[in-house]
Design a protein around this ligand. Structure first.
Ligand code: FAD
Ligand code: EPU
Length: 342
């Protein structure tokens, strides 16, 4: 099959923010073997390039005057089972939530708390996706990636990925150096239920689900998410725009002296994670709107596009929010979303 190429296209359907920018070219990679042809193509033209999955964690600030390499190769494969675990490989272009659904249907435990996160499997290790008390790294075994410069395949074990809160080596030292092609997860054949996240526990209690199975957890997470997060089909967004800031215990105590109700969680022995949504709400931004850009009225950590917002307007609002949070609390917010400047 020839490599699928689209020229001079709108990226609106390819980013969940729904920003209507143009790209010079898009190459759709339906088979891993097409990657070398795609990179030959960009090297020949000298184009800048961007790898793209589901486009749910990117903000295009402007037209992208280069080539988008859209990773679309799919399939999942069970590799082997032991008495306790199943090892399953998923290709980068597989939709994340279809993969989670498949695991839950088979009663393989581990990823159910990560239900309904948009995007594709390939991007999931990049920011070590997390939700409702679980992070991807807990069930990650390894991944295979292609070195863009040499074309060689490398297997990364968990330790080599430097996973942290919304972070990994692929977002830092190795940013834009590798294409993640497939990931192996190690899932539990005898699932353990993780319900420690307050909102999840409260949901289960309220609905009298006393001994949940993993499909109950999946349903609960889906319900909670649907009730508070905007569906990008109806309202453009990329999930949390900022990370929850992590500060030293000393700094936290100083802030708490002034703001007693500040919601916060232990991160490590010496560090505390503070809720950015609360900081933004206290700074008065929740539900605000200017033109087509605004802050979601049910979750202040989410910047939304009401229709035809431009990338630079979203960035402008994000900067104003950061500044006002800094002025009020002395805390710097760091974007979680990948900002793409061409
Ligand atoms: P993209 O946005 O396409 O790409 C993200 C980055 O990864 C880009 O820098 C891109 O260049 C790079 N990339 C993509 N594919 C590859 C590849 N194969 N190899 C190398 N680099 C690649 N995230 C959470 O962690 N928890 C949540 O609860 C959560 N909730 C969300 C809710 C909503 C409504 C939305 C819109 C987003 C949410 N997100 C959440 C963020 C997002 O869904 C995740 O970060 C997701 O993993 C991004 O996947 P994607 O395929 O859309 O990545
Ligand atoms: N809060 C407010 N006002 C708000 C929003 C939140 O006061 O408008 C406070 C409340 O005290 C609330 C607390 O913040 O109890 C935590 O809120 P929530 O449970 O919604 O979680 P979050 O910290 O805002 C994080 C992730 C989400 C993930 C949820 C659930 C980050 C940056 N965000 O949000 O991930 O789904 O927890 O685990 O860590 C994403 O990364 O895109 C994303 C959506």
């Amino acid at each position: 099959m020839p490599l699928k190429k689209l020229q001079n296209i709108s990226l609106k359907p390819y980013n969940t923010f729904g920003i209507d920018v143009k790209a010079k070219q898009m190459l759709i990679i339906q088979d891993i073997y097409e990657l070398s042809e795609a990179f030959e193509n960009v090297y020949k033209t000298g184009d800048s390039w961007l790898l793209l999955g589901g486009g749910s964690n990117v903000l295009f600030s402007n037209d992208f005057n280069g080539t988008i390499i859209k990773i679309s190769f799919k399939t999942m494969q069970v590799l082997y089972k032991t008495a306790e675990h199943v090892y399953i490989r998923v290709n980068a272009g597989e939709e994340w939530d279809s993969f989670v659904g498949f695991c839950v249907e088979n009663n393989w435990g581990g990823l159910e708390n990560l239900s309904l996160i948009p995007g594709n499997a390939g991007a999931s290790p990049i920011q070590n996706i997390g939700a409702y008390g679980v992070e991807l790294k807990e069930h990650f075994h390894s991944l295979e990636a292609i070195n863009i410069e040499t074309g060689t395949i490398k297997r990364f074990k968990k330790k080599e990925c430097n996973f942290g809160y919304r972070n990994s080596i692929f977002k830092t030292e190795l940013k834009d150096k590798y294409v993640i092609c497939s990931i192996i997860f190690k899932l539990d054949l005898h699932p353990k239920i993780r319900r420690s996240y307050n909102e999840l526990d409260e949901y289960l209690t309220r609905n009298k689900i006393t001994s949940p199975a993993i499909d109950d957890i999946r349903r609960a997470v889906i319900q909670i998410r649907k009730s508070k997060l905007p569906d990008p089909e109806n309202l453009g967004n990329a999930g949390s725009f900022f990370k929850n800031p992590v500060v030293t215990k000393q700094k936290f105590e100083k802030i708490r002296n002034k703001f007693q109700n500040i919601p916060a969680y232990n991160y490590t022995k010496d560090y505390i994670k503070i809720s950015a949504g609360w900081l933004i709400e206290q700074a008065g931004w929740k539900g605000c709107r200017k033109g087509d850009v605004g802050v979601y009225d049910k979750q202040a950590l989410i910047i939304v596009n009401h229709g035809n917002a431009k990338g630079e307007e979203v960035l402008g609002l994000a900067n104003r929010i950061s500044k006002s949070v800094y002025d009020k609390f002395g805390i710097k917010l760091e974007p979680e979303v990948n900002i793409i400047e061409s």
